[in-house]
Design a protein around this ligand. Structure first.
Ligand code: C5P
Length: 328
């Protein structure tokens, strides 16, 4: 306790006993407010799609999908501090600090919906590569909404927050409460995965690897539409496949599926060349996340990490991104 925060307490109760006492100069509430942490820090995790079936095109131009998505124990970090305006500092130079960034877009959406007059200074430590299918931008936007809502004193209910998130990006609502889910609709309908299913995902070690190039999500979906209907997996088949895995008790390896690999692998042969090598040489279960270009391998207990990493670097060069983490 800071001595300056105290003053002599001459209350009769103490004097009667001949004791010298001290009391707080300010009320406890004022002190708490004055010493309150002025900035809040949030994890903004990445995700992978262990199962992704694009099932068809909708009237609004988006695609319907059935997907199993799980958060990773790794990602970006967002710090928020009360300020008069919305500003963003980012560790990554290529992230524009203007209104085209998803952090500031989310902040503006929050202001529009709530009428909130305050501002915030955001600091984003960026680790999730862009154009990867790891959900970096959506995660940043959802984390911004969560952080602002806390700063503003919970102006929005969880469901109102989810509605704002869905307007920003299809998989944005997932990141408001990241946990293993089945995603439907265009990505905004979330069903928490059963305990039996989650148990087979939680804690699984994952190796992420991404070539230097990224894949644009709109491009990938446009390719799905251009090669329809062969590119789609009918919804009933997708549900049946997923249910079979949920009922079976089989490990996560048996769940992997992604029909967005077809256009990505056609345009970028470096992707299937390496995933096939990792499968045959190390027996790994390998998939692409979302619309790519990041891929991942589910790692068994004992695995020759150095040899695997060397194979990735030999195939994709030193500029490839490689990171070892696990499912949250
Ligand atoms: O919603 P998000 O910003 O992630 O979507 C980017 C683009 O990807 C959309 O404009 C749309 O072209 C496509 N997309 C889609 N169906 C989805 C999600 C995204 O067609 N379910």
């Amino acid at each position: 306790m800071d001595k300056d925060a105290l003053e002599p307490d001459d209350s009769p109760w103490l004097q009667r006993r001949g004791w010298r006492g001290f009391r707080l100069k300010e009320s406890r509430q004022t002190l708490i407010r004055r010493h309150a942490v002025s900035s809040l820090t949030f994890d903004s995790p990445a995700k992978i799609n262990l199962f992704l079936a694009v099932t068809g095109r909708r009237a609004d131009g988006f695609h319907d999908l059935v997907s199993v998505v799980a958060p990773l124990a790794w990602g970006d970090t967002l710090t928020i501090e009360s300020a008069s305006d919305f500003t963003l500092e980012c560790s990554e130079e290529s992230v524009p600090p203007d209104g085209t960034n998803l952090v500031l877009k989310a902040a503006e959406a929050f202001r529009r919906v709530t009428g909130y007059r305050g501002g915030a200074r955001f600091n984003l430590v960026k680790r999730i590569p862009m154009g990867a299918g790891l959900g970096g931008g959506s995660s940043n936007a959802a984390t911004t909404l969560k952080a602002l809502n806390q700063l503003a004193g919970h102006l929005l209910s969880p469901s109102a927050l989810a509605e704002v998130a869905a307007e920003i990006g299809s998989d944005c609502p997932f990141f408001l409460e990241p946990r293993p889910v089945t995603m439907r609709g265009r990505g905004e309908q979330l069903e928490p995965m059963s305990e039996a299913g989650s148990q087979r995902l939680r804690g699984r070690r994952v190796l992420l690897f991404k070539p230097a190039f990224g894949i644009s999500t709109p491009w990938a979906y446009a390719q799905m539409a251009a090669t329809a209907p062969a590119s789609y997996l009918p919804a009933a088949e997708a549900e049946e496949r997923l249910n079979r895995w949920l009922r079976s008790g089989e490990p996560a390896e048996r769940l992997l599926f992604n029909n967005m690999e077809t256009p990505a692998f056609r345009k970028f042969p470096a992707l299937p060349a390496l995933t096939e090598l990792l499968r045959t040489r190390f027996g790994l279960a390998v998939g692409m996340s979302g619309s790519g270009s990041a891929c991942f391998a589910l790692l068994p207990e004992r695995v020759p990490m150095h040899e695997i990493e060397k194979m990735i670097r030999d195939a994709w060069g030193e500029s490839a991104f490689v990171h070892h983490t696990h499912l949250e």
